[in-house]
Design a protein around this ligand. Structure first.
Ligand code: SF4
Ligand code: SF4
Ligand code: FES
Length: 290
């Protein structure tokens, strides 16, 4: 559905009404363009309220308007207590993540006229994380996961020069803006809450890969990924990569290469022994033989 056409069809008064209005105001030389509006349906609630309640707001539609504009219009004109988190309005801070018409998206990057959903435009908080209020969720769990990831451990004995292709490979993973939309969409985190403590999620598989791909890194994260990180629980549905606003190819360029490395390690004991002697340091929590 084209929202622009739909808004026109729904909100423009009939032609006879416009003509009557113009006739009733003979002194006015300027024809006022009828205001086009959309209905924004926002899920609201207090902390811990999973289902929440839906509230509708009629918001004027302007060219180029994004979902965040509409939400902020509702907040400033109709619901000053509506909680919404945002900072940059430039798709760079990762704060304005929400579910718009059932899909995890950045509200500041989602143009109303490009939405493929029917009016009303439905906006709710990310479902994978606990609600703090209205559209604001508590994403602190992600930072705790991040703290468990073995950090960058640079070589001391080598010149810091490497090939551009190696830079590019690591750099792709460093484009992450920590919006956590990939974590929100991943079915392992979203629906299998019992495994959440054993699954780092796509954001951290990408981060681990970005560190592992760095030519100067000496840390070994395979033990972490295959045990605490729960990489084996990912069944490569690619939803995370399709959702990422930075277009990081999380599945093909991070998860699959890391899974291959885990399998190589498990299937080739000689290689594992060689790496233990000469290669990357084992993560201290890695069980023997990982
Ligand atoms: S590919 Fe793996 S990490 Fe990404 S959404 Fe699917 S199950 Fe989750
Ligand atoms: S990998 Fe992409 S979707 Fe996931 S947190 Fe980073 S920017 Fe957001
Ligand atoms: S407000 Fe910063 S990403 Fe949307």
């Amino acid at each position: 559905m084209n929202l622009r056409l739909d808004a026109t069809a729904v909100d423009a008064p009939p032609a006879e009404t416009q003509a009557a209005t113009a006739a009733a105001s003979p002194k006015s030389s300027v024809q006022k363009t009828p205001e086009r509006t959309i209905v924004l349906r926002i899920n609201r609630g207090e902390a811990g309220d999973v289902a929440g309640r839906w509230e509708d707001f009629e918001v004027p539609l302007a060219p180029g308007m994004v979902v965040l504009d509409a939400v902020l219009h509702a907040q400033s004109h109709q619901a000053p207590d509506l909680a919404v988190r945002w900072n940059c309005k430039a798709a760079k801070c990762g704060s304005c993540s929400a579910e718009v018409c059932g899909k995890p998206r950045l509200m500041c990057k989602t143009r109303l006229e490009e939405l493929d959903c029917q009016s009303p435009v439905v906006v709710g908080p990310m479902q994978t994380f606990r609600r703090i209020r209205d559209l604001v969720t508590d994403v602190s769990w992600n930072y705790r996961v991040n703290a468990t990831l073995p950090p960058f451990r640079p070589r001391a004995d080598r010149d810091w020069r490497w090939y551009q292709r190696d830079v590019d490979r690591a750099q792709e993973m460093r484009k992450c803006i920590e919006c956590f939309l990939c974590q929100d969409v991943c079915h392992v985190l979203r629906y299998q809450t019992e495994v959440k403590p054993q699954f780092a999620g796509p954001r951290y598989f990408a981060r681990a890969a970005g560190l592992d791909f760095h030519p100067m890194d000496t840390e070994d994260r395979l033990g972490y990924l295959s045990h605490e990180g729960g990489l084996g629980l990912c069944n490569i549905t690619k939803c995370c990569a399709e959702t990422c606003p930075e277009n990081i190819n999380i599945t093909d360029n991070a998860i699959i290469p890391e899974k291959e490395r885990v399998v190589d390690r498990q299937a080739d004991p000689l290689r594992a022994a060689f790496r233990r002697l000469f290669g990357k340091r084992e993560h201290p929590n890695a069980p023997a033989g990982s």
